[in-house]
Design a protein around this ligand. Sequence first.
Ligand code: NAI
Ligand code: MG
Length: 391
Amino acid sequence: MRTIVAMPGDGIGKVVLPEGLRVLHAVGFDANYVHADIGWEFWCKEGNPFPQRTIDLLSEHKIGLFGAITSKPKDKAEAELAPELKGKGHVYASPIVGMRQKFDLDISVRPCQSLPGNPLNFIRRHGDGFEEPKVDAVIFRQNTECLYVGVEWTNPPAEVRAALETHKAMKMFKSVPSEELAISCRIMSRNACRRICEAAFAYAHKFGYKSVTVCEKSNVIRETSGLMRNEAKVVSKSYPGIALWETNIDAQMMWLTKNPEDYGVIVSSNMFGDIVSDGFAGLVGGLGFAASANVGRDVAVFEPTHGSAPKYEKLQPSIVNPIAMILTVCMMLDHLGETDKAARIKGAVAAVVKEGKVRTYDMLRLTGGPGVFAHGAASTAQMTDAIIANL
Ligand code: NAI
Ligand code: MG
């Protein structure tokens, strides 16, 4: 039997992950689930939000299901550390970024598909009425490189500054003292760009999408965005049936509401992929609906896009929407080749959304809090129950 590493994390991660497991059980997916520690609690208690024992479990079992974690700014990280750990040189680093780098989870997949009947779907004015375009975009985001690598300085050391000044464009900073300079490097490798483009095209081919859009800014950021664009061109030659479109991230965001239905698979670097995937997610229901996969050669971790929403953690019964987590579970099943079970769950989610009787507070555009039930909102568990009843 397969073993899944279950990492609820913090806040509502602890609420939604068990809902995902309930659905997995109901659909008849047999697995062992081993709990693994991750998140703020372990930063505070151990000075490490991503303990070695969790790394070991992921190395062994290869498949992780993750809820969400809490991250806080530098001053709070130091302040909340257990007294005996203070001043011992512990530095907080995001366990998600750490996990992606440690296991080279370089391919992030973020499907953004509108479900008919979702009151949060984007609508557009059309003549005197409104139309609701069917959005079906799948964003492939390079997950490990680009601006997120962390090669950055405030007050760069002299040798860094000297190296950068070998570039003539640095002239404009000549009179700026180093203490007043902040530098973040955008670093991308051909291999990683090639892999994300190959993953995007292979997916488009497998699921019949007619286009892959490479979304960058290669007219200005000529080297790094240019590299991604070139790799997309190279890979596209092996897929003559799929059109390669190119957009710039800024224009793409402007066009987001103009013709989102025209886009299929989108491929992008880490920073721009983060932006464009949140943009598309907003058209199909936002954080309550956004699922994602982080896939490497060896290990894959599946997570809803939302964070730990700490203000809702303790609310009983819980109000948050479990659909993002439940769609995340479907991505895991698809990855494991359990496509029938994934399709059954997706069908059940679609049926509940279409029927419109059971809606969490976000779907009713209510302000979150215990009062939402009086306005007809379903609880987290009621939403999951309705989905299970439709399996
Ligand atoms: P968030 O995603 O936790 O919450 C933002 C707001 O979105 C919430 O207040 C809530 O109104 C709504 N929301 C989120 N998930 C929802 C759901 N399932 N159903 C209904 N509504 C939902 O982002 P925020 O508030 O910026 O960050 C809170 C903490 O989460 C921070 O510590 C942040 O660092 C962390 N975070 C973690 C992420 C992760 O684990 N992947 C991603 C984003 C933020
Ligand atoms: Mg994001």
